[in-house]
Design a protein around this ligand. Structure first.
Ligand SMILES: Cc1cc2nc3c(=O)[nH]c(=O)nc-3n(C[C@H](O)[C@H](O)[C@H](O)COP(=O)(O)OP(=O)(O)OC[C@H]3O[C@@H](n4cnc5c(N)ncnc54)[C@H](O)[C@@H]3O)c2cc1C
Ligand code: FES
Length: 320
């Protein structure tokens, strides 16, 4: 159950290209699970930054000297994260969490390949701890644009049977993308399951590779979010359900963890026409009338003005 907490900043430290913020927030820490996220109010009391900023949970400590803490890793991207990077220990901070659905765990000990891109590697560490506690084997694959944007390579080496690192510029590990090494990792480890978090392009590639190899794959997406609690519909994406139907689901409450082969990556940013509840295009009848679902048919000016052209603006859009 998510709670809103007036937390306290315990520390902000620099790790490579990223910052790690630890917040005393007992209510959040006691129920947080790997794959969930928090949203943080930024800018202080008098700010125009109205939206909370979402971050995946990196470390969860249910108990500590000051109470339970959560830690998240962030990259300074804009005003909100710049403000966070400037916080000092003991300052108050308003945090909501834990939010979203967590990764699912295998019932039996399994070989688990964890694939992270940039700061997306961070939420895979509490997952690795939980998997190891269940007797699972961990194999890590992590990638980033360049070495300083890799996160947690040393820790990953310590806890995993194998670690494969890629960078776009070859400054660390193999030059290339995680998708270049993943097929061989899946083959050589005999992977039972893949867990991934990172940019959407990476998740798409990882999902396709896992599907080709017949390995189930869970991905944590980081779609743009406004409210983080299911109210605003900013974060929707088309996902195929158990019944085979596509629905526009909210990544903040139905995700952020999804089965990779259920996400319609090609259609993200659109409402596919076959999605449940999608607006249906108007049907142009031979008489030049337009029939809109649920509306009485009537002649339209456009249809008579431009013979052969789709009559309805929405249809014209579809005809492009
Ligand atoms: C579920 C979830 C988990 C996330 N976890 C982390 C994390 O662990 N660490 C981390 O550094 N970031 C994470 N993000 C992204 C993070 O929320 C944004 O980078 C942050 O909100 C930017 O705030 P800002 O005010 O600094 O930048 P803004 O001024 O709001 O934006 C700066 C730039 O960042 C882009 N941006 C904003 N949000 C996102 C996003 N979700 N994905 C891609 N680009 C974005 C904007 O389009 C803009 O170009 C996560 C996002 C989601 C939805
Ligand atoms: S972010 Fe508002 S509904 Fe998901």
């Amino acid at each position: 159950m998510p709670v809103q907490v007036k937390g306290e900043v315990l520390s902000v430290r620099k790790i490579g290209a990223y910052h790690a913020m630890t917040v005393v927030a007992s209510g959040v820490a006691t129920t947080a699970k790997p794959g969930q996220f928090v949203t943080v109010a930024v800018g202080g009391d008098d700010t125009s930054m109205l939206m909370r900023r979402p971050f995946s949970i990196y470390q969860i400590r249910e108990r500590g000297v000051y109470g339970g803490t959560v830690e998240f890793i962030f990259s300074v991207e804009g005003r909100g994260t710049r403000w966070l990077a400037d916080r000092q220990p003991h300052e108050p901070i308003d945090i909501v969490g834990p939010l979203g659905k967590a990764f699912s765990m295998p019932r039996e000990p399994a070989t688990c390949v964890l694939v992270g891109g940039g700061y997306g590697t961070a939420p895979l560490f509490p997952l690795a701890d939980a998997l190891r506690a269940r007797g699972c084997r961990i194999d890590f694959v992590m990638g980033a644009a360049r070495d300083e944007r890799l996160f947690g390579a040393l820790d990953a080496k310590r806890i995993s049977a194998t670690l494969n690192v890629t960078t776009d510029d070859g400054s660390e590990g193999v030059r290339g993308r995680v998708s270049d090494v993943l097929p061989e990792v899946l083959r050589s480890t005999g992977a039972d399951v893949v867990y991934a978090c990172g940019p959407m392009g990476m998740l798409r590639a990882v999902s396709a590779i896992a599907a080709d190899a017949g390995v189930p794959c869970q991905i944590a997406v980081e779609e743009l979010m406004a409210c983080g609690v299911g109210v605003c519909m900013t974060c929707v994406l088309p996902v195929i359900g158990d019944d085979g139907e596509t629905r526009m689901v909210r990544s903040c409450i139905d995700g952020p963890v999804f089965l990779g082969d259920r996400v319609r990556f090609d259609d993200i940013g659109t409402v596919p026409a076959d999605a449940v509840g999608a607006p249906q295009p108007a049907v142009v009848k031979q008489s030049g009338t337009v029939s809109l679902p649920g509306a009485p048919s009537k002649p339209t000016k456009d249809a008579t003005a431009t013979p052969g052209a789709p009559a309805d603006p929405a249809e014209r859009e579809l005809a492009r």
